[in-house]
Design a protein around this ligand. Sequence first.
Ligand SMILES: [Zn+2]
Length: 308
Amino acid sequence: MAYGIMFHHFHNDFHPVGQGSLAAAQLEEMLENLQQKQTILPADEWLQRVIEGTLQADHRCLTFDDALLCQYEVALPVLQRRGLTAFWFVYSSVFFGNREWLEIYRHFRSVAFASVDHFYQAFFAATLRLLPQWQERLSSPQASGHLADFAFYSQNDRIFRYLRDELLTTALYDQLMQQLMQQQGYDPAQAARHLWMCDEQLLDLQQQGHLIGLHSFSHPTRLDRLPAAAQQQEYQRNFTHLTHLLGQSPRSMAHPCNAYNQDTLRLLREMGIQLGFRSNRLALPDRTSLEWPREDHIHLLPTAAPAA
Ligand SMILES: [Zn+2]
């Protein structure tokens, strides 16, 4: 079955190495290998073929989530050299000066600790200082079996995400992270200036033939748990922002953190969105055109493991 390839982070001298991040040369090699066996379609042709129902099993497309500056500065030149276009799924809040902490925290983990496991140790220790009674929960089967669909996560990845996404309230999680950032002398305002693209860069992508699509306004990790009206607002603000900036309405989207439900699919259809992507390859028996599978680029790395 045809599917998309999902990219997130890239590194160079300026953008730090993070979990799963790619250097330009690694992307180049990955695309070279892909193109030997499969066909990477330009983004507009992929969209057209979804509408016509003419995608073939070996067809692939490239997708970049979250409007990250490292994608524009590291990955785009590689695509240009190879004459490829891609989908870029953009959440809007950061274009209005808001900070998206998920991304800032990731940057903090990458630059302030010797490895991601050093960060996890510091985070688990901070959690247990605040909530000593949680010792058992951290070593529970629920924690180590969290996100079982994503084979590339390490044990610590799973426990951390279980804590963050299931146990801690947002306020508590933020409190712990702010504490760690202060301890390490990390300045989030400084970091935020170099994490995301700006208006001109989105316009430049569009002019080069790439397609810009929806990815919600504020990138909630569990959009599926929001009431339908709040979901509507997330996507409507995202849609309005991109339509005003780009002078045309987006027709594609990707579900942030793979989180959606029937309300989401309905409101996206009502907005005229014709193509949507999930964040994994899970084969859904009654998949709609708003649920195309994607392969995480991690699975295309020769080692098939995240670079820490
Ligand atoms: Zn995202």
